[in-house]
Design a binder for this molecule. Structure first.
Ligand code: SF4
Ligand code: SF4
Length: 282
């Protein structure tokens, strides 16, 4: 089963939920840190890096001897990453999404592709968790290809928890697409509700089953529960605003290791997710 942890905004406790959920599974599990612009799951887990792989995307390279300046490549590129003025094209690598379209449409076969590094994928081991995380290079604004590279390393023979980037744009969609269940983490505040509603629209559009986790319960009001009740969305876990959780983290200990009552709560979340997998009726 592949469970994505997402949230309409950053700072809601998405990574906290991801690492504690993965730890509680107790069986070998893959934890994918898809928040490639700001990966931080490794900060919560002791363990060693076992592999680092460079990720590239194919960008065009033009053979000016073959190019007649027809402009077909420029017309095709939605991202304005290849531009012609009746001459051999100019290429803007930082805007290229590596889709390969310009190479295909060039009637003169003047375009070949070269790899452009966008980041790395690191693999770490920590007890039952294999952590696979992407890290985008500084100055690169193209996170979906790196997220896809992280997801290409998923193995089908074990469960996976995917820590998605915050928000509701392309990187999040790249992370949660093809997962079995999305858990939307929010907090009981006006901002939390606003961003949750946007995230709900997104997962409904993608037709992925989902539930809500309310973090820092007690720090706000009932608006999230009221909303979920009205929208018929299950609240699958509530994490109280508990100072002991922050204290455990400051000592480098996961919530489920330091405070056994939370392990029970995460176990109950896993049971609900498994039940859900069976019924697909949430
Ligand atoms: S499509 Fe090919 S031939 Fe035409 S301008 Fe682009 S590179 Fe040159
Ligand atoms: S590979 Fe795609 S995004 Fe990049 S320049 Fe060609 S058409 Fe544009």
């Amino acid at each position: 089963m592949r469970i994505a942890i997402a949230s309409g905004k950053g700072g809601t406790g998405k990574t906290t939920v991801s690492v504690n959920l993965a730890r509680t599974m107790g069986v070998p599990v893959q934890l994918l840190d898809c928040d490639v612009e700001e990966p931080n799951a490794h900060l919560f887990l002791a363990g060693n890096k076992v592999k680092e792989e460079i990720v590239t995307i194919p960008i065009p390279q033009v053979d000016e001897a073959l190019c007649d300046g027809c402009g077909e490549c420029s017309k095709f590129c939605e991202y304005h990453a290849i531009v012609t003025f009746g001459t051999a094209p100019l290429i803007f690598p930082e805007m290229c999404h590596g889709c390969g379209g310009c190479t295909r449409v060039c009637p003169k076969k003047a375009i070949s592709e070269v790899g452009r590094r966008i980041g790395v994928v690191e693999t770490r081991r920590s007890e039952n968790i294999t952590l696979i995380g992407g890290r985008l290079d500084v100055g690169v604004a193209m996170s979906p290809p790196l997220i896809r590279a992280v997801k290409e390393r998923l193995q089908n023979n074990m469960p996976a928890v995917l820590d998605a980037p915050p928000g509701t744009s392309c990187p999040v969609i790249a992370a949660i697409r093809d997962t079995d269940l999305v858990l939307l983490v929010t907090e009981p505040t006006p901002f939390g509700l606003n961003d949750l509603a946007l995230a709900v629209d997104m997962v409904r559009e993608l037709k992925i089953p989902f539930g809500v986790i309310v973090n820092r319960m007690g720090s706000g009001d009932d608006r999230i529960h009221d909303y979920c009740g009205k929208e018929n969305i299950p609240v699958l876990l509530e994490i109280p605003d508990d100072r002991r959780i922050a204290e455990a983290y400051s000592r480098g200990i996961l919530m489920v290791d330091a405070l056994p009552e939370y392990r029970n709560q995460f176990q109950s979340l896993i049971s609900k997710a498994a039940e859900f997998e069976k019924t697909r009726s949430l």
